[in-house]
Design a protein around this ligand. Structure first.
Ligand SMILES: [Zn+2]
Length: 202
């Protein structure tokens, strides 16, 4: 079965969190799954991300890493994003060590970008451009530092994804009501009936 990078997989709401969410069930090591365990999924994610993140990035092509080394850098920035913002989502703020790891990696990524390229954060009216996926994820993460945005980052209790809650009163409880919200409802139903809950992968 081909893995489908559909709208549900972009429930993070911003590129940085979508990238972190390419690992599911992060807080349950025995169930945790890394979608990038197959490197062929990285360029497929990049294409889907450009489509689902038009609101954040405008008309863009995310360049996926080609070499082993560049894939490792993308994974490193993904893990740095996850550590930094997961702690923040638990209400513990931005931790010095995680923040410094994120900034150090970002600095290295930005350093390797050709000088003629502008890294100004995108406007949706902007003309089409290309940017490496790792650089875009770093810049997307940078935009989350503002306290009013930081406090909107939450963790889905079902799949452990990080998501940006844009609802007016910050009342969103799941990464995706139609998937994780419904599964939780089904689980409550089954447990009431004394049956084992069936939790499928997101
Ligand atoms: Zn979820």
């Amino acid at each position: 079965m081909t893995f489908d990078w559909n709208a549900h997989r972009f429930s993070g709401g911003v590129l940085a969190l979508d990238l972190a969410n390419t690992v599911i069930f992060r807080e349950a090591p025995d169930r945790s799954q890394d979608r990038f365990a197959d490197p062929a999924e990285v360029p497929r994610f990049a294409i889907a991300a450009a489509n689902f993140r038009q609101g954040e990035w405008g008309d863009i092509q995310f360049l996926s890493p080609l070499s082993q080394g560049d894939i490792a850098v993308l994974i490193d920035v993904r893990e740095a994003i996850n550590r930094l913002f997961r702690t923040a989502a638990y209400g513990e703020g931005l931790k010095p060590e995680s923040l410094s790891a994120f900034l150090r990696l970002g600095s290295e990524i930005v350093c390797s970008i050709p000088e003629e390229q502008s890294l100004m954060l995108p406007q949706s009216s902007e003309k089409a451009r290309q940017l490496s996926l790792a650089a875009a994820a770093f810049l997307s993460g940078m935009r989350l530092f503002e306290p009013a945005r930081l406090e909107r980052i939450k963790i889905c209790p079902n799949c452990h994804w990080l998501y940006f809650d844009e609802s007016r009163n910050r009342s969103r409880r799941w990464c995706d009501m139609r998937v994780c919200g419904n599964r939780a409802k089904a689980r409550r139903h089954y447990s009431r009936n004394g049956r084992l809950a069936e939790i499928s992968h997101v």
